[in-house]
Design a protein around this ligand. Structure first.
Ligand code: ANZ
Length: 957
């Protein structure tokens, strides 16, 4: 059917599906859905309980990673995932599920705070305006959210529970024996009764309140400690490593940055390292994300080994204890606390010049090197390619396996924060140690037999030989020998020997660090913590939550003389005396007392650590979540042993932090008995990105994408040729396309279809506004198959569809069902299009059952037009809760398929056969075919290869 000029077409076809019609239909149905509560998910009890028939259905919990409400609003790239989950959720509703799908806002964060610093406008004001703007943008897309369940993390009745969870974490410890968190009161009881020894050996009764608090601080899952941070007095704030330049200054403002120790809150996520690893196995997540989490947690099995020195010992962590005989020197991190202790006053007799770095004494050398190392980030220090630097400490330690005296160096490639901050260096078999040994002229000794032809004289090698699959050599001492063993056996033997001698033990080390949980900011959740006159931290009782943010005059942190390292941060909250200094009765029997509030705020991650639970029971003011409701939506079940959300969709950039923190909080809440699901998200899916073309002028500046003219494959802006590249979409690249613009031109259903049709959901794809019209035409043809464009009358007929149409219909139903279940929305749309085109091509009025099925098939993808056509077809109830069509298997298989018969590789015949034909049957039919008989011309048959139902290949004798 040819496309006519839209202007004249509207006169000839006043009832054509146009952008104006789409706008009217869409607004009307959106109002209807809101008024009707069409997307309300029913809880088994509580204020959102409703239709018990719904709760009897299987549940489906479909969730998006919620957005930060940016002032810039959404461009068409943002809703890709939201549309996808909406299509999936709608499909699930139509296949018998009670579906929970809603969307909230992750609304604390830096952009609003920075805006407040600059303008003095309260971040809540700008954030709420941004939320309202986003809500109306999202509403225009027809997303089927249960709006009763939406909230923002800045709502006090939400962050009350964020604070409450913090209190639970603060008041618990990790019991290694039971492998779970328990209330801290149980630990106190054990200390009191003597069932568990108090560290330090004193009795619990004998300790002061402050001493008890210190002991418990070593156990609490949320604890304050002095953590090394990048302190920038000139900005008045602590900076992340990424914000500090290579020469130790702030990226912003170029002020000096000092390493300072600051009292900071931490979360003991490391206690959960093993469980966070193990439980990944049962989750339905992309393997790439699981791998990133595994690497982040970084479990290494190895050993701790003591190297005696001056009657004490330096303990190293190694994963290659099998190479102990090849250790020819040691390295401590420059910050290692033992460095001063063993550094002698003068260089030992005959110390090599390259070892001293030209310094007169070891102390001088150490001090100079430390200063140099302090200005580098861990990432820079670990860079593989970089030249190895370091300096000798003047001390020697003893290799415990052979009694050799080996020199002790400090070097920045060893990090204080990993293992024990000290290593034994085995230059023959470790790349970094090899480079260091060559630079400092240290001996290199082969103890793992090379599998190549380099030989065992390591002094001639060009690089280290690194292998786990080889034999140990040159490794025998007085009472232990590893010679001839493989790596695994050698590790086991030496570990056993070390343990027997009490100089080492097998150990597991994790790369994962505890989570630094304080920020010196205004726009975050206040900590529910106060300090008494002894400086002891107390959590607030539940009755005092939420602890709301105070109003402040100034949102910026105080700044200081940029060079004054002896300052410390003064947070926006700390300047508010009335709020900070309070007299409270915490209900602990001590009566009203003066306290000082914690003035840091929680990091941005906190609010997203448990929001999946709040959606379940969003108005509960008594409990985090009602257990029965939590169990219904999240509880473990067949195939989901750890429970969790059935589908969680978001960007792959959240592979680690958000997902790891949320998993950690779930596990603590699970251990403490507040929820039944130890994992928050059973199935995770990462959508791709919508990219966009960026056009740059001759100076490299982006020019507005909407003003580009294309001529013969070249691109022009104001007559000047510009370059086109593929990049992100956004205001700064002048290529943002808003959903409103597309909705206005074509309608939301077209936008939804276009985004879903662009390609597989997990693949990134370039936006092309000119291609959107393709989906618009699909909807116009769909409309025309049901409605007369001239009269607006429904044209479908009450007749039986013909056989070909039935086949086309049921094949589409079968395919679309599978595609929607598998999140293959692009191929689902292709199948709907094919069916629709089939109906268009026949030219006849469409039979009612076919038209109705077609409308139901497209309903999850294009819900507004589906509602409208469903209504026009005479139904009075919404299409949203109709049953999705089920294919009749009789019409799904093709009646016949074409089988190609080859003789000597050449096609000789084509047979129409049943798709279910067996190999034997097909061979018989093929050999009986007269063209085949003619081709064989009486020759015997050597071989017949049959691939039923499509191919028979005959090889004559
Ligand atoms: C001796 C050795 C011999 C090592 C050998 C490796 C190969 P992963 O697997 O990442 O845990 N190491 C230990 N602590 C370190 C620190 N604080 N800074 C830098 N490097 C450190 O790595 C463990 C290995 O990294 C350890 O095993 C240690 O070097 C080094 F042929 O010990 B190995």
């Amino acid at each position: 059917m040819s496309e006519t000029n839209p202007a004249t077409a509207e006169v000839a076809a006043p009832h054509r599906y146009t952008a104006a019609v789409a706008a009217e239909i869409e607004a009307r149905w959106q109002d209807f859905w809101d008024a009707d509560g069409t997307y309300a998910a029913t809880n088994p009890k509580g204020d959102l309980a409703g239709d018990s028939k719904l709760v009897a259905k299987p549940k489906k919990y479909v969730m998006d990673m919620f957005p930060y409400p940016s002032g810039a609003g959404l461009h068409v790239g943002h809703p890709l995932g939201y549309i996808a989950t909406d299509v999936f959720a709608r499909f699930q509703r139509m296949t018998g599920h009670n579906v929970l799908h809603t969307l909230g806002f992750d609304a604390f964060g830096l952009p609003a705070e920075q805006h407040a610093v600059q303008t003095g406008e309260h971040p809540r004001v700008t954030t709420e305006a941004a939320i309202n703007n986003m809500k109306s943008q999202l509403r225009r897309l027809g997303l089927g959210h249960d709006k009763r369940r939406s909230f923002a993390t800045i709502d006090p009745d939400y962050y009350k529970w964020t604070q409450w969870i913090f209190v639970q974490i603060f008041n618990s410890w990790y019991d290694d024996e039971a492998e779970k968190a328990r209330p801290i009161s149980e630990l106190v009881a054990r200390f009191e009764s003597g069932e568990r020894a108090v560290p330090g050996g004193r009795s619990w009764d004998a300790l002061s309140a402050a001493e008890r608090a210190d002991v418990l601080g070593e156990y609490r899952l949320a604890y304050a400690s002095d953590a090394p941070v990048n302190w920038c007095p000139g900005l008045g704030t602590v900076l992340a490593n990424e914000e500090v330049t290579a020469d130790g200054r702030s990226e912003r403002g170029n002020f000096p940055v000092f390493k300072a120790k600051l009292r900071q809150w931490n979360m003991r996520i490391t206690a959960y390292a093993d469980r966070l690893l193990d439980d990944l196995n049962e989750l339905d997540w992309p393997e790439a994300i699981k791998l990133q989490q595994r690497n982040w947690i970084g479990r290494s099995e190895g050993a701790r080994v003591d190297f005696p020195i001056d009657g004490e010992a330096i303990t190293v962590f190694t994963t290659r204890q099998d190479t102990l005989f090849g250790a020819t020197y040691m390295v401590l991190a420059p910050e290692h606390p033992l460095v001063e202790k063993f550094t002698p006053a003068a260089w030992p007799e005959g110390t090599h010049d390259v070892w001293t770095g030209g310094h007169a004494t070891p102390a001088e050398a150490v001090a100079a090197y430390r200063a140099q190392a302090a200005s580098k980030s861990d990432v820079e220090r670990q860079a593989e390619a970089k030249d190895k630097t370091g300096v000798f400490t003047g001390a020697f330690a003893t290799n415990p396996v052979n009694g050799e005296q080996i020199p002790v160096f400090i070097a920045d490639y060893v990090l204080m924060g990993y293992g024990t901050g000290a290593i034994m260096a085995v230059p023959a078999h470790d790349t970094r140690d090899f480079a260091f040994a060559r630079a400092f002229e240290l001996p290199v000794r082969c103890v793992v037999e090379p599998s190549d032809d380099r030989g065992t004289d390591a002094s001639t090698w060009d690089d280290a030989f690194v292998s786990y699959d080889a034999k140990i050599v040159n490794s025998h001492g007085e009472d232990v020998s590893l010679d001839g063993l493989g790596v695994i056996d050698a590790k086991a033997r030496i570990t056993e020997w070390l343990a027997r001698k009490s100089i080492g033990e097998g150990t597991v080390n994790f790369r994962l660090r505890d989570w630094l949980f304080s920020r010196q900011r205004y726009w975050g959740e206040p900590f529910p913590i106060v300090y008494d006159e002894d400086g002891i931290a107390h959590s607030l009782p539940e009755s005092m939550l939420p602890l709301e943010l105070p109003e402040v005059e100034d949102y910026s942190p105080r700044t200081f003389d940029p060079d004054d390292a002896d300052t410390s941060p003064e947070t926006p909250l700390s300047r508010n005396q009335d709020w900070v200094d309070v007299t409270l009765d915490l209900g602990d029997g001590r009566g009203p007392r003066p306290y000082r509030r914690e003035t840091n705020t929680m990091p941005n991650w906190a609010g997203s650590c448990w929001y999946e639970l709040r959606y379940l029971d969003p108005h509960n003011s008594e409990k985090l979540v009602d257990p029965e409701i939590e169990q219904y939506w999240m509880g473990p079940r067949a195939g989901q042993p750890h429970g969790g959300v059935d589908l969680y969709v978001g960007g792959a950039e959240h592979a680690v932090l958000h997902l790891l923190y949320a998993r950690f909080w779930s596990k603590v809440l699970y251990d403490l008995g507040h929820i039944s699901s130890p994992e928050p998200f059973h199935k995770l899916y990462n959508q791709g990105m919508i990219q966009a073309f960026v056009y740059r002028d001759s100076r490299g500046f982006p020019v507005p994408a909407t003003e580009i003219e294309e001529r013969d494959g070249a691109f022009f802006h104001n007559g000047e040729q510009v370059k086109r590249e593929l990049g992100k979409m956004g205001k700064s690249l002048k290529n943002a396309v808003t959903p409103e613009a597309i909705c206005e031109e074509y309608g939301a259903d077209t936008l939804r279809l276009y985004e879903m049709a662009m390609g597989p959901l997990d693949v990134s794809r370039p936006w092309d506004t000119r291609a959107v019209v393709g989906q618009y035409r699909l909807l116009q043809r769909l409309w025309r198959n049901v409605v007369d464009e001239a009269t607006g009358e429904v044209t479908v007929v009450d007749a039986e569809p013909d056989e070909t149409t039935l086949r086309a219909l049921h094949k589409a139903i079968d395919g679309v069902r599978q595609d929607l279940e598998g999140l293959r929305f692009n191929t689902a749309i292709a199948k709907v299009t094919e069916l629709n085109n089939h109906l268009t091509k026949t030219g006849a009025a469409v039979a009612r059952p076919v038209a109705e099925s077609l409308v139901l098939l497209i309903a999850p993808l294009a819900p507004h037009i589906a509602e409208e056509l469903w209504r026009k077809l005479g139904h009075t109830d919404s299409v949203v809760h109709q049953d999705f069509p089920v294919a009749d298997p009789r019409y799904v298989v093709d009646e016949t398929v074409t089988c190609v018969v080859q003789v000597k590789g050449k096609v000789k015949a084509r047979l129409e056969v049943s798709p279910a034909i067996s190999d034997d049957e097909l061979e018989k039919v093929a050999l009986a075919d007269e063209k085949v008989v003619a081709a064989l011309d009486g020759a015997g048959i050597r071989k017949v290869i049959v691939r039923a139902p499509k191919l028979v290949n005959i090889v004559p004798a």
